[in-house]
Write a protein that binds this ligand. Sequence first.
Ligand code: HEC
Length: 201
Amino acid sequence: MIKKTTARLVAISAAYAVTAMAQPAVAQDKVAVANAATAQAAPAAEGGKMVLPNGQDITPATMENGRWYTEEGIPTFKIAEDGTTDYSTFSGYRRYSAECHVCHGPDGEGSTYAPALKDSVKTLDYYQFQEIVASGKQEVSKAANLVMPAFGTNKNVWCYIDDIYVYLLARGVGDLPRGRPAKKEAKSDEFAAQENACMEG
Ligand code: HEC
């Protein structure tokens, strides 16, 4: 199982940023392929597993550093029957609201300027999502000059990129209603330690 620490992600993001600067055409091509995916249906339950239309399993299997991961080591959310969210999902709500809401609209719903990210995470896979947030994206074919900034060196985003991702997943599959999550688990010591290491590193 591959486990990604945020520290490793920072290194990956730096690599992406360099690649994007050197080869913008390649990054654009990858994004175009991702957008061409037509999967739009609700996630299907396969043998008790939650699977996205793009085939990505989002069933929580293990916890590490206070965050839930699938069997493949991809971050995911866990919401109890009474609606209590895991801490990472709540953290993602806060970070999304602080850093992404201004362009992408409240609750991942989208705006006239930027797409609904609660839907984007059902077609983009986790790594494509990371790459766009790290390197940015520019819709050059449109008359309006739409720009998705690069956040790979912004710790207020990058230290919480997995939280933002799982929050959007929970919104996208309909497991989390709009607005501030009403009930959340407490921040674990492991989560706090990892957060501090990332923000200070
Ligand atoms: C300054 C405005 C702005 C901010 C802030 C912003 N975005 Fe974007 N984002 C955009 C625009 C505009 C696009 C569409 C760009 C395009 O299509 O070329 C976009 C596209 C994206 C995409 C690709 C979506 C898709 O379906 O292809 C992702 C993923 C994304 N943004 C994530 C984020 C996250 C996560 C944050 C917060 C950390 C964020 N963005 C903050 C403007 C913004």
